[in-house]
Design a protein around this ligand. Structure first.
Ligand code: DC
Length: 237
């Protein structure tokens, strides 16, 4: 029956749909733990992993390095269309061969990513790059619009949340663990500001995909959250 349906659509679309049967998306607000959970789930399933937020972070950094304004949508799209980014198996992120793994993880880099992400031409330019991550045996993709825009046919779409206070607290602990000084109130304000921008933008705003599994991880630790996602994956139809 599936083959019949697929026969009626163009080959490339059919291929896209079939591959999305092996895609699990995890969307949610900043510091909801998406990255950690998605990586752990990918590892458990032996799937590939896409950190789409890293692409927006790298695009913003590439723009800054090229002297391009973060408000120049057309120039940002040009940058996105030929972004020389590489994700190494050891977790390093390279921009034109330069290791930018640390540079893209700072709070200003996150703010810059959130700013460039409001521009539709850049989002469009990054679509093919993101979809190119679908390879056998499967993909776990995390971001803001993985289930709504990039992989709308994904087999399982998770929307991961936690209260702003618990997200700020987690981020605070992460930074302190890394020896980076941090201010809890400033972090809370920063993430509320970023939530507001990500949710209110006109294109691909942060919201649960239709049929998404809503998972509130407040009060759950990483293992418990991963287990919930894996149970859902095992029970998917
Ligand atoms: O997940 P993150 O914090 O690394 O993402 C950085 C910013 O990039 C985030 O504030 C919004 C943007 N982003 C997006 O618009 N769409 C995605 N799929 C991923 C991230």
């Amino acid at each position: 029956m599936v083959a019949c349906n697929l026969d009626r659509v163009p080959a490339s679309l059919a291929a896209l749909d079939a591959r999305q049967a092996l895609v699990l998306t995890i969307d949610g607000p900043t510091a909801s733990g998406k990255g950690t959970i998605a990586q752990r789930v990918a590892q458990s399933l032996g799937f590939h992993y896409l950190d789409s937020g890293a692409l927006y972070r790298v695009a913003a950094l590439a723009a800054t390095r090229a002297g391009v304004s973060l408000d120049d949508a057309a120039a940002l799209a040009d940058i996105g269309a030929s972004l020389p980014v590489r994700f190494e198996p050891d977790g390093r992120v390279l921009l034109a061969g330069d290791d930018v793994s640390e540079a893209i993880r700072t709070e200003p880099a996150g703010q810059a990513a959130s700013r460039v992400a409001v521009h539709p031409p850049l989002r469009e330019a990054l679509l093919a790059l993101q979809r190119g991550f679908q390879h056998a045996p499967g993909l776990v993709a995390d971001g803001r619009d993985m289930g709504t825009v990039v992989f709308p046919q994904a087999a399982l779409k998770v929307f991961l949340t936690a209260t702003p206070e618990s997200r700020a607290d987690r981020r605070y602990k992460q930074l302190i663990e890394k020896g980076i000084s941090a201010n809890l109130m400033a972090l809370l304000q920063d993430l509320q500001q970023r939530d507001a921008r990500d949710q209110s933008r006109a294109v691909a705003p942060l919201k649960p995909a239709q049929g998404a599994y809503l998972l509130d991880s407040t009060g759950l630790d990483v293992d418990q959250t991963v287990e919930q996602v894996l149970n859902r994956w095992a029970a998917r139809r």
